[in-house]
Design a protein around this ligand. Sequence first.
Ligand SMILES: [Zn+2]
Length: 72
Amino acid sequence: MNTSTDAATDAAARDETLVCSGCGTTPPPEEQTAARLTWSRGTDAGRTTWSCERCSRENLRSIESKLDPVWW
Ligand SMILES: [Zn+2]
């Protein structure tokens, strides 16, 4: 059997547990893979941060309200 090196890299990447930077929630192990697709990934000071679907939606709303040019 030929074990590909990609699998090892993948395993290492998967080892990183997702934690929401907004509310601190962590998806259950069986949802970690799915969460990588549905959660918003960001970068903060060179570190990867994640926001759960709920928080990313909240963030979007707050960004939109900040963009609202009421103070112009
Ligand atoms: Zn969250």
